[in-house]
Design a protein around this ligand. Structure first.
Ligand code: ZN
Length: 347
């Protein structure tokens, strides 16, 4: 039986922190399902909302139940929903789209300009129950556990970025060893790249990268010269593909310099503001740059689940799991800069 109220982690007032509240259990519309949340992942976005920085204050209305990375079980189905069943374990795409934009009508749902995010613009997943359009539901196969289901959203960012360009036989540079960069390194390896190098300036993150993806070369650019690594690995000119995950100007400059002529860059990292770019280098090196946002709906989800079923292992990127009543410990672990993915258990 569905209760009337539920535990939820909410931004209740415009100041630092999140608060555990009792909120009404959402009513589902005819095209929606109700999901009992089992596990959730804490994202950098949730930290911005916790901190109530400028971005959060300008973007997020309150009260707002935060969170968008989740795995759960369908417990109720709207009357128009077909193809889903009560009891189905699932994750889901947290970007809610409209169906009337040019992009949506062309089947490029992830490029819909009217996208709204759960946990940011709409009530989110840090709760015992979440309502979601059936369209956004991703059923989880039995061999994908809930803790992996809870990190498919950021894994999807990694997969979308890594699969932006053909990686088979290529030498790949990833700048930024946060959880998404680390998972992108594992994906690049799985997708058949020859050399995969990941850089950062935080030794803990590089250690985690090596732990999650042992065949990836982790480089601390404060102590090691990237060009030494390029010659040590026997690359003739440099990297074929760069995946920028840090938002750091220095990292992007280093990436542009260490790319081959005709190299390609996928950008997921968000610079803190406007940043100077040496465009002439990009022109003369004939570099292709692609901005990456979210996940392709739903090709990224399809590929990522297929890869997980075919040997891709990112489980070690989850470094902490807490009961949701200990959520403050989870957020503290995230803020320490020493964690990978932090998962909260809701059951
Ligand atoms: Zn996220």
């Amino acid at each position: 039986m569905k209760p009337n109220t539920m535990k939820a982690l909410e931004k209740s007032k415009p100041q630092e922190g999140l608060w555990m509240v009792q909120a009404p259990v959402p009513e589902v519309a005819p095209d929606e399902v109700l999901i009992r949340i089992n596990k959730t992942g804490i994202c950098g976005t949730d930290i911005h909302i916790w901190n109530w920085d400028d971005w959060a204050a300008h973007t997020v209305p309150y009260p707002m139940i935060t969170g968008h990375e989740f795995a759960g079980t369908i417990v109720e189905i709207g009357r128009d929903v077909t193809g889903l069943e009560i009891g189905q374990r699932c994750s889901g795409e947290g970007h809610l789209i409209s169906s009337d934009s040019r992009q949506s009508r062309a089947g490029k749902f992830h490029l819909d300009p009217g996208t709204r995010g759960i946990g940011v613009n709409e009530q989110g997943a840090f709760a015992e129950y979440l309502k979601l359009p059936a369209f956004n539901v991703i059923p989880l196969p039995d061999d994908i556990p809930d803790e992996i289901g809870a990190i498919l959203d950021p894994l999807g960012n990694a997969v979308h970025t890594a699969l932006s360009f053909d990686l088979l036989g290529e030498d790949v540079l990833i700048t930024g060893a946060g959880p998404i960069g680390i998972m992108a390194a594992a994906v690049a390896r799985h997708a058949g790249a020859r050399n995969v190098v990941i850089t950062d300036i935080n030794p803990d993150r590089l250690k985690l990268a090596q732990h999650v993806a042992p065949t990836v070369r982790a480089v601390d650019v404060t102590t090691e010269d990237l060009y030494d690594v390029i010659s040590e690995l026997g690359m003739a000119q440099g990297f074929d593909v760069g995946l920028e995950m840090s938002g750091s100007q220095i990292a992007l400059d280093q990436m542009i310099e260490s790319l081959v002529m005709g190299g390609k860059i996928a950008l997921l990292g968000i610079p803190p503001g406007r940043s100077p770019v040496d465009w002439s280098r990009i022109v003369f090196k004939a570099i292709t740059i692609k901005g990456v946002y979210g996940r392709e709906m739903f090709e990224t989800w399809y590929k990522m689940i297929a890869m997980l079923q075919n040997g891709l292992d990112v489980s070690r990127v989850i470094t902490h799991q807490f009961d949701v009543d200990d959520f403050t410990k989870g957020f503290a672990a995230m803020k320490s800069g020493q964690s990978g993915k932090v998962v909260l258990n809701w059951t």
